[in-house]
Ligand binder design. Structure first.
Ligand SMILES: [Zn+2]
Length: 78
């Protein structure tokens, strides 16, 4: 229901909506792709145990969701 309303509002505002499964988005390093729960030492912090990349965990998660959405869009052009 929430997704349906949000989708309709976004499209009426000229936005594109792409549903993305959030699985592992907050555990996968945006720099090297390494996925591990150890990459999240705390709720707020992301610190990749493979390459050392670090950032705010929410920024990492949002970046991963955006990339996943763009990949889906490129795979299924409207
Ligand atoms: Zn990394």
């Amino acid at each position: 229901m929430f997704l349906t309303i949000r989708h309709a509002k976004a499209e009426s505002a000229g936005r594109e909506v792409i549903a993305v499964a959030p699985r592992n988005t907050s555990r996968t390093c945006p720099a090297c792709g390494h996925t591990a729960k150890e990459n999240r030492p705390t709720q707020e912090r992301f610190h990749c145990v493979a390459c050392g990349h670090h950032a705010h965990a929410d920024t990492v998660g949002a970046t991963k969701v955006l990339r996943a959405g763009l990949v889906r869009r490129d795979a299924n052009p409207a």
